[in-house]
Design a protein around this ligand. Structure first.
Ligand SMILES: Cc1cc2nc3c(=O)[nH]c(=O)nc-3n(C[C@H](O)[C@H](O)[C@H](O)COP(=O)(O)OP(=O)(O)OC[C@H]3O[C@@H](n4cnc5c(N)ncnc54)[C@H](O)[C@@H]3O)c2cc1C
Length: 441
C-alpha cells in the first residue's frame, strides 16, 4: 500500500460545461488547475482515483535542479521559484525546506562531468557547484569514510509528497476549480477534429481545451487518439523510517543508496537508480525509440513480465460507454522491491552508521512514466486542436510539476509560456529529430 496522503474533498456535481478539463490529479494536473483557476479560467480537474494517489505522493520529495538535462534547466529554475512561494500561495504546510541536496561521488569521472555541468548551468542561473571532501564532511558528518566530491546546490529543496499535491488541489478549489475524484475520463469528444468535450465515467463535460496530465496512463490515452507518445514505465521503491539521531540533515544521493529527511524527523531511504522495467506489449513497439536509453541504463534495470498481461488487456479498444482501464485500476500500487530496499539500507548503514538504528515503518513502490529521451512532453498536438499534453516527467516531475502547470495554464489560454517548450514538443517522436537522453549523473 502507498503512503497516506492528505485528503482533498471531491465536488459532487458534474458540470455540463467548462473551459478547460484537466485529466489527472497528480502534481502536474493539480498545478495546472491551480494556475488556471488563479487566472479566473473555469477549470475541472478529473482524477480516476484520489488526488496524488500515484507517483506524486510516492516520490522522494526532492526539488532538484542539480544535474538536470540541459533542456530542462530553464523550466526547473522556473519551478524552483514557484516552489519557494508555494506554501504561501496554497496557504498550507507542504514541508518545503531548502535543505540543499548533494549528489555524492566516490570516483573522479562523474566529478569532472559535474564540473562541466556547473559551467553550463551557472550562466542560466544555477547556484550549483562541486564540493571537495572537507566541505562534504562538514555538511554530511558521520560518514565512515569520505566521499571524493559532490555536485551540490544549497537552494535545492525538499517538500512532502504526501502533502504538497493535495494542498495544491485544495488551493485550486478555493480559487474556483472544480475537482472530481473517482471520475475517470474515458475519451475525448471531438467535433470536426477539434476538442468539444470529454466523456467521463459519470457523463459528458463540454469544454474547449483538455490538458492530458495522466502520468503513467498518458500513453494508453494517446494510443487511442492515434498520437504517438514514446513513453514506458519503470518501477521504483522507497522505505520510510522513524527519526534517526545523528543522521545528516541535507539530502544525499549516491549510486547505491539515497536518503532524505522528512518533516516528521524520519527518513525516506532507497536506491533511486535501480528500478524494475516492466516488459509490456508497448516495450516491443517502442524499442527503436528506447534503444539508446536502454544502451545507457540496462545495468540498472531489472526486467519483469509482471505487467504484460494487464497492459495487453488495457490496450484493447473499448467504447466510451464501457468501463475503461482507468476505472479498473483506480490507483497503480505496485509491490515494493524489498530486496532492493534491504540492499540500499545495508549500503547506507555501511557508509552512515547512524542509520543502523533506523526503525523501518513502511515500504512502497511507484510506477514512473519515462520518455525515450528522459525529458517531458509539454505540448500542443497539431492534429487535435484544443489538446495539450503534460506528461512523461521521467522521474523529475515532483521538481518540475509547478513549472509545468504554470506553462500548461499559459498555453491553455493562448499566452506565451515563461520558458521555451520546443524541446518538449510531442512531435519530436515522429518528426525525424530522434531525441536522445543525456548521460545522467
Ligand atoms: C519512488 C519515486 C520517487 C520519485 N522521486 C522524485 C523526486 O524526488 N523528485 C522528482 O522531481 N520526481 C520524483 N519522482 C517522479 C515524480 O513523482 C513524477 O514525475 C511526478 O509525480 C509525475 O506527476 P504527474 O502529475 O505527471 O503524474 P502522477 O502523479 O502519476 O498523476 C497522474 C494522475 O492521473 C490519473 N489518471 C490517469 N488516467 C486518468 C484518466 N483517464 N482519468 C482521470 N485520471 C487519470 C492517475 O490516477 C494519477 O493520479 C519519483 C517517482 C517515484 C515513483
Amino acid at each position: 500500500m502507498g503512503p497516506a496522503v492528505d485528503t482533498v474533498s471531491s465536488d459532487t456535481k458534474l458540470p455540463e460545461r467548462t473551459t478547460v478539463v484537466v485529466i489527472g490529479g497528480g502534481i502536474v494536473g493539480a498545478s495546472t488547475a491551480l494556475f488556471l483557476a488563479r487566472k479566473g479560467v473555469p477549470v475541472v480537474l478529473c482524477e480516476k482515483g484520489h488526488i496524488a494517489g500515484e507517483q506524486s505522493s510516492r516520490n522522494w520529495g526532492w526539488i532538484i535542479n542539480c544535474g538536470r538535462d540541459d533542456r530542462e534547466i530553464p523550466i526547473s529554475l522556473l519551478s524552483g521559484r514557484l516552489w519557494r512561494e508555494m506554501s504561501e500561495l496554497v496557504e498550507a504546510e507542504i514541508g518545503y525546506r531548502a535543505t540543499g541536496i548533494a549528489r555524492l561521488y566516490d570516483t573522479d569521472e562523474p566529478i569532472s562531468r559535474a564540473q562541466a555541468w556547473c559551467k553550463r548551468a551557472q550562466p542560466m542561473g544555477s547556484d550549483a557547484r562541486v564540493l571537495n571532501s572537507a566541505e562534504i564532511n562538514s555538511l554530511f558528518p558521520g560518514a565512515s569514510h569520505p566521499f571524493r566530491g559532490a555536485l551540490y546546490s544549497p537552494t535545492d529543496a525538499v517538500a512532502e509528497p504526501q502533502k504538497a499535491t493535495s494542498a495544491i488541489a485544495n488551493a485550486a478549489r478555493r480559487f474556483g476549480a472544480i475537482v472530481l475524484t473517482n471520475c475517470a475520463v474515458r475519451s475525448l469528444d471531438l467535433t470536426g477534429g477539434r476538442i468539444s468535450g470529454v466523456i467521463t465515467e459519470r457523463g459528458r463535460i463540454q469544454c474547449d481545451t483538455v490538458v492530458l496530465a495522466a502520468g503513467a496512463w498518458s500513453r494508453l490515452f494517446c494510443d487511442a487518439l492515434g498520437v504517438k507518445l514514446a513513453q514506458l514505465t519503470v518501477q521504483a521503491s522507497v522505505m520510510r523510517t522513524g527519526p534517526v539521531a545523528g543522521a545528516p540533515l541535507p539530502a544525499g544521493v549516491t549510486d547505491r543508496f539515497s536518503f532524505r529527511r522528512r518533516l516528521d524527523g524520519g527518513y525516506t531511504i532507497g536506491d533511486p537508480f535501480h528500478t524494475i522495467a516492466p516488459i509490456t506489449p508497448a516495450s516491443f513497439r517502442l524499442l527503436p525509440d528506447f534503444a539508446e536509453m536502454l544502451r545507457m541504463s540496462w545495468r540498472r534495470l531489472t526486467p519483469s513480465l509482471s505487467r504484460f498481461g494487464t497492459e495487453w488487456r488495457h490496450a484493447k479498444r473499448r467504447s466510451a460507454n464501457e468501463p475503461s482501464a482507468y476505472e479498473e485500476v483506480r490507483v497503480n500500487d505496485p509491490d515494493p522491491s524489498k530486496s532492493f530496499l534491504r540492499k540500499a539500507h545495508a549500503q547506507l548503514v555501511e557508509r552512515f552508521p547512524a542509520f543502523k538504528s533506523a526503525q523501518i515503518l513502511q515500504q512502497w513502490a511507484g510506477l514512473l512514466d519515462v520518455t525515450a529521451d528522459s525529458v517531458p512532453v509539454i505540448s500542443t498536438v497539431d492534429k487535435i486542436p484544443g489538446l495539450l499534453i503534460g506528461t512523461g516527467f521521467s522521474g523529475h516531475g515532483f521538481t518540475l510539476g509547478p513549472g509545468a502547470g504554470h506553462v500548461l495554464a499559459d498555453l491553455a489560454v493562448g499566452e506565451n509560456p515563461a520558458v521555451d517548450i520546443t524541446p518538449f514538443r510531442v512531435s519530436r517522436f515522429w518528426d525525424g529529430s530522434r531525441p536522445r537522453p543525456e548521460v545522467g549523473f
